[in-house]
Design a protein around this ligand. Structure first.
Ligand SMILES: Cc1cc2nc3c(=O)[nH]c(=O)nc-3n(C[C@H](O)[C@H](O)[C@H](O)COP(=O)(O)OP(=O)(O)OC[C@H]3O[C@@H](n4cnc5c(N)ncnc54)[C@H](O)[C@@H]3O)c2cc1C
Length: 429
């Protein structure tokens, strides 16, 4: 009898831990054929993109090579971008695969499945604001984060040569915008150590523009206030209640007609799921997220799961849907691995229960701030400073441990410490 085929599309914060668990539990024992599809050959954890953007980490050194990881964890990796779904034939359609010069390497392919998991994440939502696609930089993919780094380093080189200030305007006071603003300050102080003698943090002009009345609007007020104070202490300007109506080549124009000029414009406001999801024939909401049942099966389907940022799920009795966060994607991955196992044993899939463990926002090497939802004393507690920073770093290590196991994670951590002794403290090109 042929083995059931499980195809997971998207190897991010949700998809990669999922195939790892499935490979170890099912693939290893020949109970299922598991395939991961992703357009990239390497996985970089998305919550670290602001560090890739400023050179605080070298993405190549921190990336997971899908093929090598697949071999170790008993699944198969197929490079490709899903474009369509043929539910009648139970096949995923992948676009022709091209190299970075645009040359076609593989033709369009069809990948058969018995069970499909869609985990393709999300991207920024420009809400149709004129000029944003043309003039703003984004943080949605590794390529975009690296494009920011290139532009940022060139701007700093130029500013150092001319002894001029560097200005960056970031639209969106969510975690991405706040973390990037702090990281830029850190990068400029590092660049001074590497020949940019004229460059000074005092010449750095970073503005975070937020449409709501406070930054980090999705988090408790105390966390917003803590982050605002720390950003302002670094010299970051925090502008709240400001709506951006247009972006031009070198400025943001607010709905009130104010012009905020900057060398670099970054758009990090809001999220939406990729547009192709709206054309698959599955039920979607207005931002292309696929609507799922409590089991995380797409509404009305019995063999298509959807997890992470591209899933829309509002638990009964709650007034808000599950937020698009790494911890949501990881928890959904865990439940889906268990449910797939249950379905293969002809048992029913169980409902997903989200446990909000709180949120931490990194303010670069300087600090972190956040709220932990704990059961220690039954309540929530506010954390900041080095303790919060330690916990924030711990989150990434936990992601690594889910992929490699703790012994390898500790080896990676140790190797990283040693290589920092010989490498520059910032990726400089
Ligand atoms: C700068 C930044 C900082 C963040 N900080 C935090 C934080 O501190 N804490 C937190 O909880 N969350 C944070 N987030 C949000 C978090 O990264 C996401 O919620 C999380 O990554 C979602 O996981 P996912 O698996 O749904 O999608 P992703 O991790 O985005 O993975 C999606 C994967 O799908 C692949 N893919 C996309 N389209 C296709 C296709 N058509 N076919 C095949 N594959 C495809 C992509 O290549 C990618 O590998 C941050 C996000 C950013 C951008």
């Amino acid at each position: 009898m042929s083995k059931p085929r499980i195809v997971v599309v998207g190897g991010g914060a949700g998809g990669l831990p999922l195939v790892t668990q499935l490979g170890r539990k099912l693939g290893k024992y020949g109970r299922a054929d598991i395939t991961l599809v992703d357009p990239s050959n390497m996985h970089v954890w998305k919550p670290r993109f602001h560090e890739v953007a400023t050179g605080a980490i070298d993405a190549d050194l921190d990336a997971v090579d899908y093929r090598a990881h697949a071999r170790l964890n008993h699944y198969r990796f197929e490079p490709g971008t899903m474009t369509r779904l043929d539910e009648t034939e139970q096949e995923v359609v992948l676009a022709p695969y091209c190299d970075k010069h645009g040359e076609q390497v593989l033709p369009e392919r069809r990948l058969p499945y018995d069970y499909l998991v869609i985990a393709v994440g999300s991207q920024s939502n420009d809400f149709g604001t004129p000029g944003v696609r043309e003039h703003c930089l984004f943080m949605d993919t590794r390529v975009q984060a690296e494009r920011f780094r290139e532009r940022f380093l060139n701007t700093c080189l130029h500013a150092n040569y001319r002894d001029e200030p560097v200005s960056v305007a970031i639209v969106g006071g969510g975690a991405t915008g706040v973390e990037l603003a702090a990281e830029i300050h850190h990068a400029v102080s590092m660049l001074k150590l590497y020949g940019h003698d004229q460059l000074d943090r005092k010449q750095l002009n970073v503005t975070v523009v937020e449409a709501m009345s406070r930054i980090l609007p999705g988090l408790p007020e105390r966390v917003s206030e803590g982050a605002r104070k720390r950003l302002e202490a670094l010299g970051v300007k925090v502008r709240t209640d400001v709506m951006v109506g247009e972006a031009t080549a070198h400025a943001l124009v607010t709905k009130d007609g104010e012009t905020l000029a900057a060398d670099l414009l970054v758009w990090a406001a809001g999220v939406k799921a990729p547009a192709f999801l709206g054309e698959l024939g599955l039920p979607v909401n207005r931002i292309n997220q696929i609507e799922v049942e409590p089991t995380l099966l797409a509404r009305g389907r019995d063999n298509i799961f959807v997890i992470g940022d591209c899933a829309f799920f509002k638990p009964e009795g709650e007034d808000k849907p599950i937020p698009p966060r790494a911890q949501s994607a990881q928890q959904m991955a865990h439940q889906t691995a268990r449910n797939l196992n249950r379905l293969l044993m002809h048992r029913e899939a169980k409902p997903f229960e989200y446990k909000d463990r709180g949120s931490l926002v990194s303010l670069s090497g300087y600090s972190s701030v956040g709220m932990l939802m704990g059961n220690l004393k039954g309540g929530n507690f506010f954390v900041e400073g080095w303790l919060a920073r330690l916990m924030y770093v711990g989150l990434y290590r936990m992601h690594q441990a889910a992929l490699y196991g703790w012994p390898r994670t500790i080896l990676l951590l140790t190797a990283g410490r040693f290589s920092r002794l010989v490498r520059p403290r910032l990726k400089l090109h």
